[in-house]
Write a protein that binds this ligand. Structure first.
Ligand SMILES: Cc1cc2nc3c(=O)[nH]c(=O)nc-3n(C[C@H](O)[C@H](O)[C@H](O)COP(=O)(O)OP(=O)(O)OC[C@H]3O[C@@H](n4cnc5c(N)ncnc54)[C@H](O)[C@@H]3O)c2cc1C
Length: 429
């Protein structure tokens, strides 16, 4: 069921549908636009409490309401929605992963993203401009070929290209053999691209709110109540909430939240940094990633270059940016595109990433009945939001684990069934 701007599920009045007609109407009337999502008093009980107001928590809430009619749902966040990784990421979407489980999962997410603007009645600005992962040595090239074959078998558009085609697609790239790490080829994935991350968060929040979900910002979960092996609810900075189902969507804070329920997750939190330059005329039509140089770059619709790298090499909950990162990323990106040397960096920032041993997520049930996790999203979880939200909503509603996420269960670490994605997820988010 799509959200169609109808009366909101909890009877709080009509929510305006965004359209050209509505734009003219608001302009002529001079009325304020209604709030995109509302403030509510905290109820003492909900059917489902979702901890974390990032893309995963909000998508789960939206799909619970829209696909399953479960609307007595609270999304609680200790800060503001999108204040975690969902508002700090570099917004790269792709599905050219390495494992069959990963490819199928991320491809479902890409498919949902393709239709998200019309489903949510909110322009999420998905630009499918192509995604390119460079190979600078034979072993990288071998992994690219491997990924291309896995991708093709699963119907994902992905192929290995040579330096000539790379140069044609990205003219400023130095494809000569004079560089320190000459480019031998690349995995090219035309459906990949970038999106506007805030819009995705706001779009899900607005649509979930319209269906009756309550979003509670500045509401920190301080404890999780468990009795007889079953979750009973949560304690928050605004009071207790009883709930038979609690979903952990807190990414970088996931292991802290799970520990409140007595669940041990194999997750280590690392900071990840990114930076953005001043805007310039559009010249870079493709997302470019180099695993060897630990750097990636894309150009936004406004013309800024966005740079990123792999996680900081230490565990921390600090979200401070560092000069070391900037020096390193600038040096490495100039090896790829020397002609951008005079561009100025405007800003850099950091977020937290919940890294698992196999670079795949942990989604599903836990030893505590009713306590569900959608975590372990590391440096690559923004693109996963729609598919994860859809699958977790199905799990909550039907109590059956959807096939798409069956391989990502917590038990795999004990059973030795790892889903090794490092070859496709360490630098290219
Ligand atoms: C610099 C950077 C670049 C990235 N680039 C990409 C990319 O290009 N593509 C991609 O797919 N992924 C990327 N990622 C990863 C991606 O951002 C995350 O995997 C994703 O946003 C996780 O979303 P989430 O909804 O699970 O968590 P988050 O968006 O992190 O939300 C978790 C929320 O939980 C809340 N919370 C924590 N503790 C509590 C508590 N006790 N009580 C209540 N609320 C709590 C936090 O306030 C936060 O808002 C990047 C990450 C970073 C940092």
């Amino acid at each position: 069921m799509n959200w169609k701007g109808r009366k909101s599920g909890n009877g709080h009045g009509k929510v305006a549908r965004y359209s050209a007609f509505q734009l003219v109407r608001q302009g002529v009337s001079g009325d304020d636009w209604p709030r995109a999502w509302r403030h509510h008093d905290l109820r003492g009980a909900y059917d489902v409490v979702i901890i974390g107001g990032g893309v995963h928590g909000l998508a789960t809430a939206y799909y619970l309401a829209s696909r399953h009619g479960i609307t007595n749902v609270a999304v609680v966040d200790k800060g503001y929605i999108g204040g975690g990784g969902s508002g700090r990421n570099t917004a790269i979407l792709r599905s050219n992963y390495l494992t069959p489980e990963g490819v199928a999962f991320y491809d479902r997410s890409l498919h949902l993203y393709q239709h998200l603007s019309s489903e949510l009645n909110f322009n999420v600005m998905f630009s499918q401009r192509g995604h390119m992962t460079l190979a600078h040595n034979d072993s990288s090239l071998r992994t690219m070929r491997w990924r291309a074959e896995v991708n093709k078998i699963q119907g994902v558009d992905s192929r290995v290209i040579g330096p000539e085609e790379i140069k044609r697609l990205v003219p400023p790239m130095d494809t000569s053999d004079r560089t320190r790490y000459p480019i031998l080829g690349a995995l090219y994935h035309p459906p990949g691209g970038i999106i506007r991350h805030d819009a995705v968060v706001w779009g899900y929040a607005r649509a979930a709110d319209a269906l009756g979900v309550q979003i509670h910002q500045e509401t920190e979960v301080t404890a999780i109540d468990v009795a007889g092996g079953r979750v009973q609810g949560v304690q928050t900075s605004r009071g207790p909430i009883a709930a038979p189902v609690v979903v952990n969507c807190t990414a970088g804070w996931a292991s802290l939240i799970a520990a409140m329920a007595g669940v041990d997750l194999p997750i280590i939190t690392h900071p990840l940094q990114a930076a953005v330059t001043e805007p310039v005329k559009f010249f870079l039509d493709t997302v470019v990633v180099s695993g060897t140089l630990h750097v990636y770059v894309s150009q936004t619709d406004r013309g800024e270059l966005v740079f990123g790298a792999s996680v900081d090499p230490f565990a921390s909950y600090s979200m401070r940016a560092s000069l070391e990162f900037l020096e390193e990323v600038a040096g490495h990106v100039l090896q790829l595109m020397p002609s951008i040397a005079t561009m100025r960096v405007l800003r850099q920032w950091a977020g937290l990433c919940d890294m698992t041993p196999d670079y795949s997520p942990i989604i599903g049930t836990t030893p505590v009945d009713g306590f569900i996790v959608d975590v372990g999203w590391g440096t690559y979880g923004f693109k996963a939001g729609p598919a994860a939200g859809e699958a977790v909503a199905e799990l909550v509603a039907t109590k059956r684990v959807p096939g798409l996420i069956a391989g990502f269960d917590l038990a795999r670490f004990g059973d030795g069934r790892l889903v090794g994605e490092k070859g496709a997820a360490a630098v290219g988010h």
